[in-house]
Write a protein that binds this ligand. Sequence first.
Ligand code: APR
Ligand code: PHB
Length: 390
Amino acid sequence: MRTQVAIIGAGPSGLLLGQLLYKAGVDAVILERQSGDYVLSRIRAGVLEQVTTDLLDEAGVGARMHAEGLAHTGFDMLFQETRHRIDLHTLTGGKQVMVYGQTEVTRDLMAARQAAGLTTVYEARNVSVHDFDGAQPYVLYEKDGQQHRLDCDFIAGCDGFHGVCRASVPAGAITEFEKVYPFGWLGLLADTPPVHHELIYANSRRGFALCSQRSATRSRYYLQVPLTDKAEAWSDDAFWQELRLRLDPEAREILVTGPSLEKSIAPLRSFVTEPMRFGRMFLAGDAAHIVPPTGAKGLNLAATDVKYLSTAFIEFYLERSSAGIDHYSQRCLQRIWKGERFSWWFTSLMHQFPGEGAIGYKLQEAELAYLVQSQAASTVLAENYVGLPL
Ligand code: APR
Ligand code: PHB
């Protein structure tokens, strides 16, 4: 088989890239290790910046998001039992975010790809990438016990943090920056009405908590937990009880609990790979960088990589220009490091760090008070939360 762009991974990055290339008439094949159902079973953050919603529109997959997504013009910061609203709309000159689950974004992209009759090979095993240093790269994979070869002009590594593309780069050609946080997030999804119509980010002495949502009838909550905790060991009752303890009296009172649809623990990590281009292979999304989820930047950074990468490929094929390809890594990394910085800062501000002691908490309280009292400080938070300009 031959294609112009071989995309490894059918997560949101790979699917969005495939869709944008298809719209421009560039040919791509996607190879995905898992089944489609497995990909759709992964639950991740759900806050989209305007840059991301614009891109989904450009890809022609924004209709359901506009119909069912929830536009949020602010969120609450909770500390010392009191909530303070960060008015995104006022602080950023009219910007907002869209609350729409990443699973739904993936579902819409999968449906569009299928409707267009484009090739996605699910359950492609033992994918390996070859000769991306030269002019004729190719990819080998197994499907139903048979070996296949996909020849291509370019390889797009959209295969997430544990993917094969980054792992195939010689050690001397890549630099990795990493910070692993000493706690995880225990997430719970439930068919209960959200405790508040906007998100609540809570700094409590018992640990961070987040009240998020998927719809008017479906809630998503998170608790900071020690890395040694196991999701199975947390009963639903224990989760709800701990969440209540981390909320303010009003939210505690009106919180509606119910059986969990899903409960899992995710570790928190800051990670960046430099560069993101290796000859004719390009990394995008989680394959190249991870942020802790506190600012919900993961999918948004992935989407901007894909915007730059699709533009670069389209320029190459339609205008015979390599400029976008040559600048890809640098353009992405400038934006990624700003997203990394914000996600690290917001994580540091909102969580309890083992060993920091009483002074750590006092310093956080002082910063939180400053943040909500100073318009300058609130503006810094708001403009990063809604997303920096491209
Ligand atoms: N061969 C083929 N496919 C692979 C391989 C492989 N060797 N390794 C991984 N994959 C697939 C995974 O099964 C997954 O479906 O690549 C896909 C990568 O998808 P994601 O991990 O969702 O990464 P990405 O598409 O970049 O999405 C970024 O995900 O984690 C969130 O916060 C992050 O929202 C951001 C988004
Ligand atoms: C979510 O809804 O899953 C979510 C929302 C905001 C975040 C992280 C996760 O910062």
